[in-house]
Design a protein around this ligand. Structure first.
Ligand code: PEP
Ligand code: MG
Length: 615
């Protein structure tokens, strides 16, 4: 997807606020990647302005080396971020490039052997301060000196001092890593603006307070995007130049459906935002009426439409959407924004709450899928750290990490077995590539079953089935062999597309290449689905594809009868199912699968009209 930024002076009063760069600013419209639909109109809240949660801390002499190493790592991380910002300058309009380039150069210099860095290192050693305290003290000292300089250009001095603070804040954020952001103080109704939002950050957002989210980084199907969609917060990611274009006190209109944000909107843009917001609310009311209707085609074929769940806060949304249970419970939330690991009781309590809330409709619990773009730091805190390796998406992710640290798997299995008394549950293994991984996991599962029984826990006669995520090309192409070890399949099209096309799903630079409709991805889905259907084994799709109504005829035509998606997508998908005829879907899928050009497939899918003859 192409992103662009363009100034739209129309309607602005010309007296805008000062941006971070210090210029007076007018209305500015920026286009990014649409993530979660809905319209937000409100003041922006710049997450970079939020104080990093770094209380003053002293250290002992024996900790000096470790603190210096932390500082070095934070400098490297900050440099990488600034370089990334610089690399993205090229897609901005020339005027914006001219303004931002010197600023980013100044940041890069300050991250070299600057006074800030030298001073912070010295303070760690001489004053026995923690790295973040040393950075903050040094930045304060430098900025005080700058502000006292004899110079008539007071605005220039203020700007330089704020640049020092800005870079100190970045260092502090990188030093404090996970959980550094607290969104508790964000005024209600604000549009949150960030350079980058991690999935762990997104898990902290309260959808009843945050009106919208806008960030520079991020791809359409990354975990941050999934989280935002799950929370139903209007969101746009991949907005080039956003954080440098904003000014304190700015208002904005954000449209998550079109992927635009208008900063400092004039009267015309504000009115357009209000109209879009009203249309969106009306559409939601219309869709909510579908809640109690069955997901059944015009010729009587029934579909199972389930919800994906990222955090328990979504449970009310899932109930409202009329989901037939939870087809994918991502358990990563239990490991986020906390110190140390959750124990069996913490897992059990979380699962119990979710199983009870779904009233026996069934919950598929996926064991921890840590790695890749999912935050590693929170998990590593306070325990032996996991090493993601230089290429985390290809490293110890998902089942690989769990088999390396079976005690994590054992705790989750035990908690799931206990909760099985409360309602039907299934267990799902992430990132499988070979049948052997399923066999090994099953051995551990059987051991845990015995152990839990010995503890006197009554287990249901039929134990929770053990299923496999089909989300790597390896698993998809070996689906017939994997199926012999598995009780069910859940096709994870997000990772399947990422690994098949070698495109990072959360990376804005390559987001135009991320295409689940690529024939290679579709053929893998077809192969895995047919392998399961031959064995009469349950198979579903739980990637973001399942929540796109336009893709439903194709998925149904490929033989899928169970889809799991973000709750807010269920009404639209149901509306589509109810307009379809299953023979048409099968004919349409055959037509699509004859194609080898992704563009042609895109045209066919977009051109499909329910009820119209498929040739
Ligand atoms: C997927 O990869 O499609 C999937 C559902 O898992 P996750 O998005 O959590 O990686
Ligand atoms: Mg996945």
């Amino acid at each position: 997807m192409k992103t662009e930024a363009h100034a739209t002076p129309r309607g602005a009063d010309g007296k805008g606020a000062e941006t971070r760069k210090g210029r007076r600013a007018r209305e500015l419209s920026i286009k990014g990647i649409p993530i979660s639909s809905g319209v937000a109109i409100g003041p922006i809240y710049d997450t970079a302005e939020a104080p990093a949660a770094a209380p003053r801390r002293s250290i002992t002499a024996s900790q000096v080396e470790a603190e210096r190493a932390r500082l070095t790592a934070a400098i490297a991380a900050s440099r990488k971020q600034v370089n990334k910002l610089k690399a993205r300058l090229a897609i901005l309009p020339e005027e914006a490039q001219e303004e931002l380039e010197p600023l980013l150069d100044a940041y890069a210099m300050m991250l070299g052997e600057s006074r800030l860095i030298r001073g912070a290192r010295k303070r760690i050693e001489a004053e026995l301060l923690a790295a973040e305290t040393a950075v903050e003290d040094e930045a304060e000292a430098i900025s005080a000196a700058i502000l006292q300089a004899r110079d008539d250009d007071k605005a220039g001095l203020r700007r330089r001092a704020s640049e020092v603070h800005e870079i100190a804040r970045r260092l502090t954020r990188n030093l404090t890593q996970s959980g550094f952001r607290s969104f508790k103080d964000v005024p209600g109704g604000s549009i949150l603006v960030a350079e980058e939002l991690t999935p762990a950050d997104a898990a902290l957002l309260d959808p009843s307070r945050i009106a919208g989210v806008a960030a520079e980084e991020g791809g359409a199907d990354g975990h941050t995007a999934i989280m935002l969609r799950a929370l139903g917060i209007p969101s746009v990611l991949g907005l080039p130049g956003l954080t440098n274009a904003i000014a304190r006190g700015d208002q904005a209109v954000l449209d998550g459906g079109t992927g635009t944000i208008v900063l400092r909107p004039g009267a015309e843009a504000l009115e357009a935002g209000r109209v879009a917001s009203m249309a969106y609310a009306k559409e939601r009311t219309r869709l909510s009426k579908l809640r109690r209707l069955p997901a059944i085609t015009t010729d009587g074929e029934e579909m199972e439409l389930q919800a994906n769940l990222e955090i328990p806060a979504e449970l009310p949304l899932i109930a409202q959407a009329g989901a037939a249970g939870i087809g994918l419970l991502r358990t990563e939330f239990l490991f986020m924004n906390r110190q140390g690991l959750p124990d069996e009781e913490a897992h059990y309590e979380a699962y119990r709450q979710i199983v009870e809330a779904t009233d026996g409709a069934g919950v598929t619990i996926r064991v921890l899928d840590w790695g890749g773009e999912k935050d590693m730091e929170a998990l590593a805190e306070g325990i032996e750290p996991f090493h993601a390796g230089p290429n985390p998406a290809l490293g110890l992710r998902g089942i690989r990490m769990l088999l390396r640290r079976p005690e994590l798997l054992e705790v989750q299995f035990a908690a799931i077995l206990r909760v099985a008394a409360q309602g039907p549950v299934r267990i799902l293994l992430p990132m499988v590539t070979i049948p052997e991984e399923v066999r090994e996991a099953r051995e551990i599962y059987e051991r845990v079953v015995k152990r839990v029984r010995r503890r006197g826990v009554t287990l249901p006669e039929k134990l929770p089935p053990l299923g496999v995520m089909i989300e790597t090309p390896g698993a998809a192409l070996a689906a017939d062999a994997v199926a012999l070890e598995a009780d069910f399949f859940a096709i994870g099209t997000n990772d399947l597309a990422m690994y098949t096309l070698a495109v990072d799903r959360g990376e804005v630079e390559v987001s135009h290449l991320y295409d689940p409709l690529h024939p290679a991805v579709l053929r893998l889905i077809q192969f895995a689905t047919e392998a399961a259907l031959r064995l009469r084994m349950p198979v579903s799709v739980c990637g973001e594809m399942a929540g796109n109504p336009r893709l439903v005829p194709l998925l149904m035509g490929l033989g899928l009868r169970s889809l799991s998606m973000n709750a807010s997508a269920i009404p639209r998908v149901k509306q589509m199912v109810r307009a379809l005829n299953i023979d048409d879907c099968a004919r349409f899928a055959r037509r699509v699968m004859e194609q080898s050009d992704p563009k042609r497939i895109q045209e066919l899918v977009m051109g499909f009209v329910p009820g119209e003859k498929v040739t």
